[in-house]
Design a protein around this ligand. Structure first.
Ligand SMILES: [Fe+2]
Ligand SMILES: [Fe+2]
Length: 404
């Protein structure tokens, strides 16, 4: 009997072990990026984070779809405390540039290399679905790595980045198969992460430290002013992305489907923000001159994740349609195709966001021990939204406590 010795190094058991490691790294990266999105000040990074975390969600989805064919349950911890430690530590970066350097200049290049090696070493035909997944993931990861190479070209390797590299070596690299280094000690720069209750902005922006002002009195009566107001508001939709990101961060036990939808929700809001930025730019205006009402984020962040989610999806998002429809009519009547297109795409996204709210609110309530009928919760939360947001008051508990 002839025995053929295959050259392929990734057999089925190793394949599963590796796919679990990749899935874990990609998933934890989503959680870290979401946690840091509100805490990151530079607007260009925030916009990039929105896209990255959605693309990471596509990677997890690809890996999940493959893993569920070969193991039950599909989501499993990697079974390697050193790898878990790497991803648990990666969030405690001293600042946003160090964080991104650790993730995008250390972990991602190693991941990319593992994906390429894996693609050459698995049994091509029997494992074709893995090859398909990796081929598409690699496209994104190459872009992510190239982004960081450009963005941090002049940034020398710092203590934090070195620490992440040492932790990766301690875990035996992405595959766990490299010789393992000693466990490194955390550098002095390590800064324990805490949930961001305020939304950071870089120093180009003016921050509105006051209340929103009554929404209706803010509405301009002439059409040009109303249109400008609408797109200036779009350029501030990072606030919605930041709330969704915070909800992801605060909800580690929600099912994968929620994280997947929320990654899209978050990405959409960063795109709406960019849509406002682009509109202003095409009209010769600079978005950094638009004051940022970060008080809205601070106000929402005071509440538990299910209330925040309900305020956003059933308050703001569900109530935006009459205004947007009026805008669309106005832009179409004026032959303003650019504005009409932008609003049309926004409305398509927002319909989905309201649907996400309906889909996930019951489960989010259950995880936050809110024991009341969902309809009653929505009614009470929308009443809260009217009282505190629509009125323009945006009360902050920290202020009322300081005053008393
Ligand atoms: Fe939006
Ligand atoms: Fe939205």
């Amino acid at each position: 009997m002839q025995i053929v010795k295959p050259a392929e190094q990734v057999d089925m058991a190793r394949n599963k072990r590796l796919l679990n490691r990749y899935r874990f790294i990609e998933y934890e990266t989503i959680r870290i990026l979401a946690a840091w999105l509100p805490a990151t000040a530079r607007m260009e990074y925030k916009l990039a984070l929105g896209r990255f975390l959605w693309e990471e969600a596509q990677h997890v989805q690809h890996l999940y779809q493959r893993l569920r064919k070969v193991q039950t349950p599909a989501f499993r911890p990697p079974g390697d405390p050193a790898l878990e430690e790497l991803m648990a530590e990666a969030i405690h970066a001293p600042d946003e540039r160090s964080l991104l350097a650790g993730l995008f200049r250390v972990i991602k290049p190693a991941l990319l290399e593992a994906y390429r090696w894996h693609s050459r070493q698995t049994f091509a035909n029997p494992d074709a679905p893995t090859l398909y997944a990796l081929k598409h993931i690699v496209l994104d990861e190459e872009e992510h790595v190239a982004w960081a190479r450009r963005e941090f070209a002049g940034q020398p390797t710092g203590d934090w980045e070195r620490y992440i590299a040492e932790l990766l070596a301690y875990a035996g690299g992405v595959t766990g198969d490299e010789p393992r280094a000693e466990k490194p000690a955390g550098p002095d720069a390590r800064s324990p992460f805490s949930s961001p209750m305020t939304a950071a902005r870089d120093d180009r922006f003016i921050i509105l430290e006051r209340h929103w002002g009554d929404a209706e009195t803010r509405r301009k009566t002439d059409e040009a002013a109303r249109r400008l107001d609408e797109f200036e508001n779009y350029s501030q939709e990072m606030l919605a992305a930041e709330t969704v990101a915070l909800i992801i961060h605060l909800s580690p036990d929600m099912p994968w489907g929620f994280v997947y939808d929320s990654a899209r929700h978050c990405y959409d809001e960063t795109r709406h923000c960019l849509l406002g930025i682009e509109w202003l730019w095409r009209h010769g205006l600079d978005y950094t001159t638009v004051p940022q009402n970060t008080r809205i984020y601070a106000w929402r962040s005071q509440y538990d994740p299910s209330t925040q989610y309900c305020l956003l999806t059933r308050g703001n998002e569900a109530h935006a349609f009459p205004h947007r429809r009026r805008s669309l009519e106005q832009y179409e009547a004026a032959g303003d195709r650019l504005s009409a297109q932008y609003v049309s795409y926004d409305m398509a996204d927002e319909r989905q966001h309201v649907a996400y709210g309906t889909k996930w609110l019951p489960e989010l309530m259950a995880r936050n021990s809110i024991d009341m009928p969902v309809e009653q919760f929505i009614e009470e939360t929308v009443a809260l939204w009217r009282r505190e947001y629509l009125s323009g008051h945006l009360p902050l508990r920290s202020e009322s406590e300081a005053a008393s």
